[in-house]
Design a protein around this ligand. Sequence first.
Ligand code: GTB
Length: 217
Amino acid sequence: MAIMISVFEASPDRGRGLARDMGVRWALEEVGQPYDVRLLSFEAMKQPAHRARHPFGQIPTYEDEDVVLFESGAIILHIAQRHAGLLPVDPQERARAIAWMFAALSTVEPPVLDRETATFLIRDKPWYHEHLAILEARVRVRLDELAERLGDADWLDGAFSAGDLLMVMVLRRLSSTGLLDACPNLSAYVARGEARPAFQRAFAAQRALFIASQAKG
Ligand code: GTB
């Protein structure tokens, strides 16, 4: 059975590669695994057939001959454990790369998402700008800490790993905010991730879907 992933039929990110299937596509490209896509409308995502795959009626999901998975972090970990290329073989190095995966999703991403959510949930409130400044200060703390750790290295811990893949995906969510500008080494880190041929192939695949959805009208 070919790997199948569920993705937006017409992504609200307008082909910018910000929806979470992008990281899964990127991981599959890094390990050289072909995959098929199941295109879902917002309505189809909430139907029982998809909820059987994803309890929260979201994308992405992943299926191979052995397992059906939801949660992009778990999917990327599964891909990285199953195929060579995204996790070191040495057990200690592997454990550290997995720690970076968790760091991306549970330490760096929460303040990034809090800030992003505020920009569309509370934009009309009179206290919006004051609140946003507080949320951005929290993001800056994490960025400064991450920048300090990365220093002038190419990747977070030796060779590129699934930890870098997830961290770059998280940092990309800040690309239109200007917040990365204060940390040039993090901007360069994101650019290095985006320059990887596997990233480019994944990006082109999700963008082609958006362009096709526009053509359909
Ligand atoms: N923790 C889950 C994971 O990592 O897989 C989160 C999954 C998730 O948030 N999925 C979103 C979804 O299905 C799409 S990716 N939303 C529909 C719903 O909940 O009904 C999040 C996303 C959406 C849109 C943009 N964008 O437009 O820029 C960026 C990211």
